[in-house]
Design a protein around this ligand. Structure first.
Ligand code: HEC
Length: 155
């Protein structure tokens, strides 16, 4: 029993100590002109959908829930966001090279159609990201329209 209490004590202590490791969830400055919705002149309805379903991971406008600051959950969340931003970042759209933009748009269409995005684990905790089939199609069709537009069409 004594040994058991000792182990529990160490676990609690360890949990307390990992909270002291600094994590960076600060809001980075955003170049307003470089944002996807500004560059592409995205209709407000689509912007709303994107904000609810993708921007928490794929932009610099991440809104962290309270539990996101508790280690080790915070490490997992920060890792996800870092990876998501490296694959597609709606906040730095203007600074993204045109070939990459095209492949991101195509991947986004595929991800919406095969339902791999938004991630299921995320939707479970964010009901606003639980988009229905019509909204999914709306987003995919919008990305297709952007892909076919003058700026992104292959010459
Ligand atoms: C919970 C965070 C999260 C949300 C929300 C999210 N993504 Fe992702 N996304 C990721 C991560 C992490 C990756 C990196 C690869 C992986 O884990 O699948 C990724 C990868 C991608 C990729 C590149 C890889 C691929 O699948 O082709 C695209 C495109 C993408 N996401 C689009 C979207 C779109 C569009 C939305 C909104 C409809 C969205 N994501 C919502 C976290 C997220």
């Amino acid at each position: 029993m004594k040994k058991f209490l000792k182990i529990i004590g160490f676990i609690i202590l360890g949990f307390g100590l990992i909270q002291l490791i600094p994590i960076d969830q600060s809001q980075k400055p955003i170049d307003q002109k470089a944002k996807f919705e500004v560059v592409e002149n995205t209709p407000p309805k689509i912007v709303n959908l994107l904000k609810n379903t993708c921007y928490n991971c794929h932009s610099l406008e991440t809104k962290y829930p309270n539990y996101a600051s508790i280690a080790p959950i915070s490490w997992v969340i920060n890792g996800h966001i870092k990876e998501a931003r490296s694959q597609m970042n709606f906040s730095t759209w203007a600074a993204t090279n045109p070939d990459l933009q095209r492949s991101m748009l195509q991947n986004a269409i595929d991800a919406l159609e095969d339902r791999s995005m938004p991630k299921q684990s995320y939707v479970a905790n964010h009901p606003e990201a639980n988009i229905n089939t019509a909204e999914r199609t709306l987003l995919a069709n919008y990305f297709k329209k952007v892909l076919d537009s003058g700026t992104h069409k292959l010459k």
